[in-house]
Design a protein around this ligand. Structure first.
Ligand code: PHE
Length: 460
């Protein structure tokens, strides 16, 4: 492997002069998939599937990912590559000055999500270490309640943030790209291995049935639609400029529509395979009741409980599971911080390591709130994930589809003629299909977020 610093400041004729660049298409795809694949795939996907109709919810999710997620993803990549800038500059340059404030909204969303995401990633790190050093705790419920908030949670949150800052400080090619090019293939191999192992478990059938048999009656509610749409946005890292920022390091000849499809397929694939691990394991051990208790139930209580009940095998399998999850989480925290850091570099001309340190320190401080109080974590998640991401998606869809003069030409640059023919359809999806859907979603999620805030601050 070449240790050579190939990515920095190549004044390539293709990208923005002087801007960092990915070293290869593979590297960009791995970094983008790394951003997309994370806690959302394993933490929330299984939960949403189990709560909203099993395979019926999975189907709805696939439709939303490809009919809504991919068009918005292409739009983000277009904004990033066309401008060669992070969100604020991209909006200003491609859509006009009046749009620049939305860039701040993106940065705020990234900072808020990272603040609590790092806390959850800290729990994952803790479980991965537990598996290496000792058996899984038999009473996973109590164990989790004890570690989820307070001193230990803060310690692990800080470790996650420190690693994130280090990677981002190293830069696009030798930091983010290198990390993801190792961690994403490793994660995928581990998950496939675990899914094959899970298929051998006696008593897992019921779990597969719960996951893979559609229960359509649970599907038709506004709540399901809203939950699946915000999950699709969260999982694809859309609506807050992560993909936009990553695309600002792409050359002009990158094939944006094709890369978007690849990223979405990989992201859905990982979520689906993770379900093939989670459901049979939990059902084989009769621990399903904990799954529906809360979003964290499946991942941090039932699964460790199941691993504990399996003895030595459970320890090995559990370690692999949490290490894979950790890889997914770290490549996501890195992309969240990169949005903030890249913006500080573009807008304030700060040097990368300085920006990484300042932003990382500040976000760690905000994260203390979530590390001390899991209700705060839930509240921030309700605001950032369920409200800010759909809102950001709305801004991007409207901006690219109605305001950007050369959107189709930009999206088509680097794409094959077959794809270029489809781009008019893409623009119309962004124009007339995406905005109403997102408005309906916001109509559902804004009151929910207000309610979460009322519960938190009302002290009840
Ligand atoms: N997509 C990540 C996940 O599923 C979370 C994320 C959201 C990352 C937004 C970056 C931006 O875990």
């Amino acid at each position: 492997m070449s240790d050579q610093q190939t990515a920095t400041t190549s004044a390539s004729a293709t990208g923005e002069p002087g801007r960092e660049q990915w070293t290869s298409r593979f590297g960009f795809i791995m970094a983008a998939v790394g951003s997309a694949v994370g806690l959302g795939n394993m933490w929330r996907f299984a939960y949403i599937a189990s709560e909203h109709g099993g395979a019926a919810a999975v189907l709805l999710y696939v439709v939303l990912t490809f009919a809504v997620g991919v068009p918005v993803l292409i739009a983000e990549l277009v904004l990033g590559r066309a401008s060669g800038r992070s969100p604020i500059g991209a909006m200003r340059k491609e859509l006009g000055r009046g749009w620049a404030p939305f860039g701040f909204l993106f940065i705020l969303a990234g900072a808020l999500i990272l603040s609590y995401y790092a806390v959850i990633a800290g729990w994952v790190l803790r479980y991965a270490l537990v598996a290496i050093t000792s058996p899984f705790p038999a009473d996973a419920g109590t164990y989790f309640t004890d570690m989820a908030a307070g001193g230990p949670a803060i310690l692990f949150q800080i470790v996650i943030m420190a690693v994130t800052v280090l990677v981002v400080a190293r830069g696009v090619g030798s930091g983010i790209e290198r990390l993801s090019s190792f961690m994403m293939p490793a994660l995928f191999l581990i998950l496939v291995g675990l899914a094959i192992w899970a298929a051998t478990l006696p008593g897992g059938d019921e779990g597969y049935a719960y996951y893979l048999v559609p229960r359509f009656s649970e599907l038709f509610s506004l709540e399901t639609l809203a939950a699946s749409t915000s999950q699709a946005f969260f999982s694809l890292s859309l609506g807050m400029g992560a993909m936009l920022t990553f695309a600002s390091y792409l050359p002009r000849d990158a094939n944006l529509p094709r890369d978007s499809a690849t990223i979405a397929i990989a992201d859905f694939g990982v979520a689906f395979v993770a379900g093939l691990v989670v459901f049979p394991v939990v059902y084989a051990l009769g621990l399903q009741s904990a799954v529906s208790g809360s979003t964290v139930g499946a991942l941090f209580i039932s699964l460790p409980g199941a691993f504990a009940a399996m003895g030595g095998v459970g320890r090995v399998v559990g370690m692999f599971f949490f290490v894979a999850l950790l890889f997914g989480a770290i490549t996501s925290t890195v992309s969240l911080l990169e949005v903030v850091v890249s913006s500080m570099m573009d807008e304030r001309k700060l040097r990368r390591p300085v920006a990484a340190l300042i932003a990382g320190g500040f976000i760690t401080l905000i994260g203390l709130w979530s590390a001390l109080d899991t209700n705060a974590l839930g509240f921030l998640d309700a605001i950032a994930n369920s409200v800010m991401l759909p809102l950001g998606g709305l801004v991007i869809a409207l901006g690219v589809a109605w305001k950007m003069p050369n959107a189709i030409a930009e999206a088509g640059t680097g794409a094959s003629p077959r794809i270029v023919k489809l781009l008019t359809g893409w623009l119309w999806v962004l124009r007339i299909a995406v905005p109403p859907l997102l408005i309906v979603v916001l109509y559902e999620t804004i009151p929910a977020a207000i309610e979460a805030g009322r519960v938190l601050f009302g002290g009840s």
